[in-house]
Ligand binder design. Structure first.
Ligand code: AQP
Length: 358
């Protein structure tokens, strides 16, 4: 697993022929957790140094599963607060909620007519989320990856920081871009857009922790929708809760190994060491040299102290920000205006390419 810190994200490979731009989103579907933080938000913050970035609270995606309206509004503000608390700059970059920019939904329809059923049938996230009752899943949940392609390509974004679970959706985005470019290649050339209208965006998956696992089951990813709150560390958890969750985190009876090889087939131990490595910026080998041979209790105490130290200030700032919804709403409105200014001309180009009158 790729838990080693990779602060050199700035060396991300450029996509030739396009202005380099970062886009990513997070669903407002409940408490943000350590997986979202290490797998996505930390990378969002780092990439601001080298790219213009657009970060979106993807509320259209959220309603692919049932949401209580008042809770959805609250979650949109909380995810925005987490972005800002972690260090995303809404003035130099763009932060907004997806439903405010109608071009996402418009382009998604065009992409629904580009993407093939066979492609969507292969998406593992749909299978996981629909579960056994597929007939009863929403059409929106099935078409989720097509909307995600539109989110990215409506800004002709070239780089998309995500956790490992989103890799397959990113591949589908590239397939959609490629097929659109091929299907309309003549028209794209006639209108003077060169060889291809859309870039094939690069996933930025490397980073400190690409897949953080549940604290209750090392074979399942840490997730907002896990019914057990003990499966995850929420960004809003206070220090006592963080300590309690790490104390109760599942482990095995063996002491910690002194070398990385000893973590094989020990998913819970590997996960905790990976979280420590990501939060501290130290390598797993270094940590095992220090903690190897010792009991989990001492390691868990050190991990708790580190997590409280790193996440405490983020949680505190989130609380301050959510206490001022007027400010959050202003950030989102302003971001949406600036996002629309980029998306509208791109959507107009798409209409011309496809052959709509406008
Ligand atoms: N466990 C994880 N480890 C590393 N990265 C993760 N991400 C999610 N879980 C982990 C990354 O966080 C970003 C936002 O994800 P999302 O909210 O859009 O949806 P998700 O991937 O479905 O996240 P959850 O927490 O599992 O939510 P629910 O339970 O609602 O489905 C993405 O970049 C994702 O890779």
């Amino acid at each position: 697993m790729l838990y080693e810190p990779r602060p050199e994200l700035t060396e991300t490979k450029p996509v030739p022929g396009f202005a380099q731009r970062v886009f990513s989103g997070i669903q407002p579907t409940g408490n943000l957790h350590l997986g979202n933080y290490l797998g996505a938000i930390v990378k969002f913050v780092q990439l601001q140094q080298s790219f213009p970035c657009i970060y979106c609270v993807v509320d259209l995606h959220a309603i692919t599963m049932p949401q209580e309206p008042a809770e959805l509004q609250q979650s949109i503000r909380e995810v925005t607060a987490a972005f800002l608390a972690a260090g995303i700059d809404p003035v130099k970059h763009i932060v907004f909620n997806q439903s405010r920019v109608h071009e996402h939904a418009e382009l998604a329809w065009v992409f629904n007519c580009i993407a093939r059923l066979g492609w969507l049938n292969r998406m593992t996230q749909f299978k996981d989320k629909a579960g056994k009752d597929r007939e009863n899943a929403s059409l929106g949940l099935y078409a989720y990856p097509s909307l995600m392609a539109a989110d990215i390509l409506v800004y002709r974004a070239t780089h998309v920081p995500v956790g490992e679970d989103q890799k397959q959706h990113l591949e589908l985005t590239r397939d959609v871009a490629q097929k659109f470019n091929n299907d309309y290649s003549g028209r794209i050339a006639d209108l003077g857009f060169g060889a291809g209208y859309f870039p094939l965006p690069e996933p930025v998956i490397q980073g400190p922790a690409t897949r953080v696992m549940s604290l209750r089951d090392g074979s399942k990813k840490m997730s907002k929708s896990d019914p057990s709150d003990y499966s995850r560390i929420n960004l809003s958890d206070d220090s006592d809760t963080i300590a309690q969750k790490f104390r109760k985190a599942k482990t095995d009876p063996e002491p910690l190994p002194s070398e990385e090889k000893g973590l094989e087939s020990r998913p819970e131990a590997e996960n905790l060491v990976g979280i420590y490595a990501a939060l501290s910026g130290r390598s797993r080998a270094e940590l095992l040299a220090e903690f190897g041979g010792g009991q989990f209790s001492a390691f868990k105490q050190a991990l708790t102290d580190l997590a409280v130290d790193k996440l405490g200030p983020v949680g505190k700032r989130m609380k301050q920000l959510t206490a001022d919804p007027g400010y959050i709403d202003q950030v989102l409105r302003d971001g949406a205006e600036r996002a629309s200014a980029i998306a509208a001309p791109i959507m107009n180009d798409v209409k011309d390419i496809v052959g709509f009158l406008r």
